[in-house]
Design a protein. Structure first.
Length: 177
């Protein structure tokens, strides 16, 4: 992989050429927007009514949420899974605790990370009438995984304050502060 801006070093699709994580999220949001434009107007109005937004902003929220569908791919667990991509991510200035992540019990599917991250950072699904339907389309349902797997994911995602080891390229933040 060539030298790229650190934000573009994170990968979503492996191969030559690889597909950057950020590009994948933007592509997905663009496809969601295109699909919404082809939906019957009633579909767009339902999102707007349910969320108390105008139609344009409701469609933007749907596109934004669709873009987040693979958020878990930004996790160290996923990023270390393809050797050329992991090398480029490390070269860009990111690092993780390889020994800690190498333990088999630390592996978690990126969809589970997406689910945990979205559930922890978005409003509860019952705060708006439409959230459950959107949630089901954009995130991995909790019922798809045994409780033990979800608990392990939550521990992996949060037991260490930062699985990235707190290291990021200059100008990029890994914390929410």
């Amino acid at each position: 992989m060539p030298d790229v801006h650190p934000a573009l070093a994170l990968w979503a699709k492996s191969g030559d050429p690889f597909h950057p994580f950020l590009a994948h999220m933007l592509d997905t949001a663009a496809v969601a927007t295109a699909l919404l434009e082809r939906e019957p107007i009633r579909s767009r109005r339902l999102f707007a009514e349910d969320w108390g937004l105008d139609e344009e902003n409701a469609c933007r929220v749907v596109a934004w949420l669709a873009g987040l569908h693979d958020l878990g791919k930004a996790s160290p667990v996923f990023q270390r899974g393809w050797a050329p991509g992991a090398a480029a991510v490390r070269h860009a200035g990111f690092c993780w605790d390889e020994e800690w992540l190498a333990e088999p019990t630390r592996w978690v599917a990126h969809g589970v990370f997406t689910d945990v991250l979205l559930r922890n950072h978005l409003p509860p699904s019952d705060s708006h009438a439409a959230w459950p339907a959107v949630w089901a389309k954009l995130s991995v349902p909790t019922t798809a995984f045994p409780r033990r797997s979800m608990k392990r994911t939550e521990r992996t995602a949060s037991s260490r304050s930062n699985a990235w080891n707190g290291t990021a390229p200059d100008g990029m933040r890994l914390d929410r502060g």
